[in-house]
Design a protein around this ligand. Structure first.
Ligand code: HBI
Ligand code: FE
Length: 287
């Protein structure tokens, strides 16, 4: 959807929210959700962090059809006090952060068409709701998302949104987690993508590097293809503690003077879990 970058579209509130309009989904829309859901749910067993599958259960998302936000929100509110609100598409950073800071997750209400099955630019309801919402039923991850929103509002005042956005990218969207049973997925951009779920966990191409806040905020990312580096947390508790116990203001001040890392760089101080071959990215470049 083409949108004014600053003002909500007609029909949306000042916070950019709209009605989900669940009754307007077609049979094909629901069938698309079901197809994507079945494909991902089967594949994620043994690949995704257990809290994600628990979230699907708590929220009863394992039912056919596109979830209706009213019913979904009753369960989500009971679990962690979060709710999902419908938005037309990408919303301005400040609006996005304000929703998160108030435990509201803005979700696109449209669903991809068959032609967009494996790649689309704007987040649709499958990415936003299947990818992001299950972990919002986990109390620790739920607190992290709110802390991120609050941090975003502060970063806005310090001209540091671009740096902080990297933290969201490499955790909420493309994060990996080390569990007792092995490496697992938790980032929404990965778990909502069939191809990247395999790539992020199993392919020898990408680097897999231990989580480090300062390191991540210095690292560029790719929006057009699979990541060349993934960052691995030890637990959601670690993620929450590191981000809520850090004073970001001096960190942002330091970052101004430090060069960025490229998407494939391994830095001397990195805790490297996998040194990627980068074969995938190199082959793409030759094409
Ligand atoms: N809007 N709907 C929506 N979803 C997002 O994930 C989103 C957004 N606006 C801004 C944004 N993300 C990011 O650029 C911020 O994390 C910086
Ligand atoms: Fe997302």
């Amino acid at each position: 959807m083409e949108m004014d970058a600053e003002n909500p579209p007609i029909g949306a509130g000042a916070d950019w929210t709209i009605m989900q309009g669940w009754d307007a989904y077609s049979e094909d829309d629901h069938a698309m959700w079901d197809r994507l859901f079945e494909r991902q749910a089967a594949m994620l067993e043994g690949r995704v962090v257990p809290e994600f599958l628990q979230g699907l259960g708590i929220l009863r998302m394992d039912r056919p059809g596109i979830p209706e936000f009213g019913a979904l929100n009753e369960r989500l509110r009971a679990a962690t006090g979060w709710e999902v609100v419908a938005v037309p598409g990408l919303v301005p950073d400040r609006v996005f952060f304000d929703h998160l800071a108030n435990r509201r997750f803005p979700a696109g209400r449209f669903i991809r068409t068959p032609a967009q099955e494996d790649y689309l630019q704007e987040p649709d309801i499958f990415h936003d709701v299947f990818g992001h919402v299950p972990l919002l039923a986990n109390p620790v991850f739920a607190d992290y998302m709110q802390a991120y929103g609050r941090g975003g509002l502060r970063a806005d005042g310090m001209g540091a949104i671009a740096k902080l956005a990297r933290l969201y990218w490499y955790t909420v969207e493309f994060g990996l987690i080390q569990t007792d049973a092995g490496l697992r997925l938790y980032g929404a951009g990965i778990v909502s993508s069939n191809a990247e779920s395999h790539f992020a966990l199993e392919d020898p191409s990408p680097n897999r590097i231990g989580f480090d806040l300062r390191r991540i905020m210095r690292t560029r990312y790719r929006i057009d293809d699979f990541q060349q580096s993934y960052f691995v947390i030890d637990s959601f508790e670690q993620l929450l503690a590191q981000t809520t116990q850090t004073d970001f203001a001096p960190l942002y001040a330091d970052l101004v003077a430090l060069p960025d890392y490229d998407t494939d760089t391994i830095a001397p101080e990195d805790r490297v879990l996998t040194r990627g071959t980068q074969a995938y990215a190199r082959q793409k470049e030759e094409e």
